[in-house]
Design a protein around this ligand. Sequence first.
Ligand code: AMP
Ligand code: ZN
Length: 116
Amino acid sequence: MDCIFCKIVEGTIPSKKVFESEHVVAFHDIQPAAPVHVLIIPKKHIASINEVEAADREVLGEVLLAAPQIARQLGVAESGYRLINNCGSDGGQVVYHIHMHLLGGEKLGGLNVKPV
Ligand code: AMP
Ligand code: ZN
């Protein structure tokens, strides 16, 4: 599968990993939109939130549970942060492997992560 995030999961493309669990990997965004900008992804290839199935509930739960752990690890749990999922063209999705952006480290304005 020609998917950049699957390649990060496999380790064939490098990433600055900050977290790994059974079904989840998280790494620093290559073009950070805030002082802390991490992408949290399931190891399983799911193209977007439109493609999630009931069978993915454990994997998706693990994605959400990773967020506060990573936030604590990177020192933004107390100051706060934002989790964003972009879906589809109008949502600004560029990489079609589902991911949550974790943004923090400053007072965030607006609501959007700018598409690359
Ligand atoms: P989205 O617009 O929600 O699909 O977000 C995709 C994000 O992936 C963007 O913020 C990109 O900067 C980021 N990105 C793309 N390629 C890489 C990579 N190789 N390593 C880390 N982040 C990446
Ligand atoms: Zn993928």
